[in-house]
Structure formats: structure tokens, C-alpha cells
Design a protein around this ligand. Structure first.
Ligand SMILES: [Zn+2]
Ligand SMILES: [Zn+2]
Length: 326
């Protein structure tokens, strides 16, 4: 099969012929129909995250057709989606508490195991989710990480229908999260750099849009930060009402600047990180996305332009999520 492969000491992905994965118990083999490109892929590519596998096929927003290892839920020929969490041990204290997103022995799709920048992908069947066959795969791929983790961020922030919610940074994940907020009747305030992102946020229904220096005109009930910059966390915190929550949707963040406790955190304001996702988050979000009919404005690249796809994420030249079509 063809795959875009990351090798240590090679600064670009190389398109290579690789052996097609062999089916092993507990897994399904997918023919990849689309694979979303996530900012995390860029962190892996640029070694902000330590290498766990070499060579590596990255990509953790996989939409595929089941071609082997079918299960009752995922019959042959059906559509399946795979996200960032590719497996858990099921036995550690976190798994036993039902906090599988915090498992001590997580498997990461496209990071600790091979992912979807390829023609085929082997994935654990209990971490693959059925997807509707009538929706084009390119629209489904970004839901699988950007969408699910954005949704989990709203849960971590304890978002209630009608809340005033701030989104700090406006990339792929925020552009999907905003659809859920609209569905819940929330007031949406977006603070982001780049006129293009501000225009998009307005078009997608934000009530107020400002630059990263501007403060939303009201005190927020909830805030989600998407930008990988610690200063944004403080900006979000300073926009909260008493008892409000900031959820940090970022796997990698630079230093959070010192801030004034009395003024910004006191009053039971909270800062919480968002780590990974549970299968319940995935199933709940995918059902909701189907109900809402979310169709993100994707930009697609063929597999042999995987490097260009990564650069489009890095330079934020795409209006919405970036997707590779093998
Ligand atoms: Zn991701
Ligand atoms: Zn575990």
C-alpha cells in the first residue's frame, strides 16, 4: 500500500510502498477513504511530542470501509471512524473508574500505532465507530478528533444550553464546536488572531468577534481555549464570571504567564485541561453531528501531498479542517 511515512532525521513525510497490515484478533482492517490532519500531527511532525514509533504513519481522524475483521456493529463494507485514542488497557485505576481518557497505557492512533495517512489502516474494533454511509467521507474525518475533542471541551467546561461561551482561537476544532453551541442556543464570543478566522467566526454565527487583544463585552460562563499559547488561557480566565470554567483544548502549550489570583481565579473560577476523549464522547458527538448535519468547509489534499496538507495546517491557510484523500 502507499503511505506517507514519517522517519526520524527526515524532515518531510515520504510517500512509500509499505506492506498492507495483516489482520490480528480484536482488530478490523479499513480501506482508508479520508483522513483528517490535526494540529497534533504537526506537533508529532515537528517533535514537540517525543517520537514513539519510527517509522510512523501518522493520522488519527480516519474514515474507512471495513474490508476485514467485521463485527456485528461494523459489518463488511460498512463505514467506520477512528480517532486519537486507539485503545486502552481496561485494567488500570483510571479505566476502572470509568476515566478511560486518562488510562495509564493509552494507545494513540497515528502516534504509538500507525494511523491513516495510507491506503489501509488496522485499528482496534472496539475503538472504531460506525459512521453514516450517505455522508461524504471528507466531511466526517474532521469530526473524529477536532470535533470530538471540541465537544469534550464543552463538557469539561460544564457548558449548559443558553450559556455565554467564549472560544479563544478559531481553527478546525473551534469551527466544529461552534455548531454544537449554536444547536444548544448558546451565545458565542470568539477572540482570535487573523482577519480570516474572525470573518469565518462571524459567518458561522458568533455573536461577538474580536482580536486576541480585545475582551468579550460580557462576562462569560464558559471559555474554551484552542490556541497553543499560555497567554490565551489568562485572557480567557480574565473574561469569566465568578464560578466560570476555562477548558484548555490543547495537547501542547507554552508557559502560562503569571496572573493575579485575587482578581482572576478567586470566586471559584476554574482552569481545567482536556485530555483525550472517551468512547462515550465520540458516540455522543457523532450522533449529535449527524442530527445537526455538520458539514465543515474542508480543504482536501491527495496522499502524495501530505506535506502540503501539514503546511496548510501550520500556516492556517485553510478556512476549515484539512483532509487527506488517499
Ligand atoms: Zn487530533
Ligand atoms: Zn487503563
Amino acid at each position: 500500500m502507499k503511505a506517507a511515512v514519517l522517519r526520524s532525521l527526515v524532515p518531510v513525510l515520504s510517500l512509500e510502498e509499505m506492506p498492507r497490515p495483516e489482520l490480528i484478533p480484536g482488530h478490523i482492517l479499513l480501506r482508508v477513504l479520508a483522513c483528517g490532519v490535526c494540529r497534533t500531527d504537526l506537533h508529532i511532525f515537528e517533535h514537540d511530542l517525543p517520537a514513539l514509533r519510527d517509522p510512523l504513519i501518522a493520522g488519527h481522524q480516519i474514515v474507512g470501509e471495513v474490508i476485514d475483521g467485521a463485527t456485528e456493529e461494523l459489518p463488511l463494507g460498512s463505514r467506520a471512524g477512528v480517532s486519537w485514542i486507539g485503545g486502552i488497557d481496561g485494567t488500570c485505576p483510571f479505566c476502572r473508574r470509568g476515566e478511560e481518557n486518562l488510562c495509564d497505557a493509552l494507545t494513540f492512533t497515528g502516534y504509538s500505532v500507525d494511523g491513516g495517512y495510507a491506503e489501509y489502516a488496522l485499528v482496534r474494533s472496539d475503538f472504531a465507530f460506525p459512521l453514516p454511509a450517505e455522508v461524504e467521507p471528507k466531511y466526517l474525518a474532521p469530526l473524529l478528533c477536532a470535533g470530538i475533542i471540541g465537544f469534550r471541551s464543552l463538557r469539561v467546561a460544564e457548558t449548559q444550553p443558553g450559556d455565554r461561551v467564549g472560544l479563544f482561537g478559531f481553527g478546525a476544532s473551534a469551527s466544529l464546536t461552534i455548531e454544537v453551541l449554536k444547536h444548544w442556543g448558546c451565545e458565542i464570543y470568539v477572540s482570535t488572531r487573523g482577519e480570516q478566522h474572525r470573518t469565518q467566526a462571524r459567518e458561522l454565527g458568533a455573536l461577538w468577534v474580536g482580536s486576541e487583544e480585545e475582551k468579550p463585552p460580557v462576562a462569560l460562563d464558559r471559555a474554551v481555549t484552542f490556541a497553543p499559547a499560555g497567554a490565551v488561557v489568562v485572557a480567557a480566565l480574565s473574561s469569566l464570571r465568578k464560578g466560570g470554567v476555562v477548558a484548555i483544548n490543547a495537547i501542547h502549550l507554552d508557559q502560562i504567564p503569571a496572573f493575579n489570583y485575587d482578581r482572576l481565579l478567586w470566586g471559584e473560577r476554574q482552569i481545567r485541561s482536556v485530555a483525550n476523549m472517551t468512547r462515550q464522547d465520540a458516540r455522543d458527538f457523532l450522533a449529535l453531528a449527524h442530527e445537526i448535519g455538520i458539514r465543515p468547509r474542508v480543504r482536501t489534499f491527495p496522499l502524495d501531498q501530505a506535506n502540503e496538507a501539514l503546511q496548510a495546517v501550520k500556516q492556517e491557510t485553510a478556512e476549515g479542517p484539512v483532509v487527506i484523500l488517499p
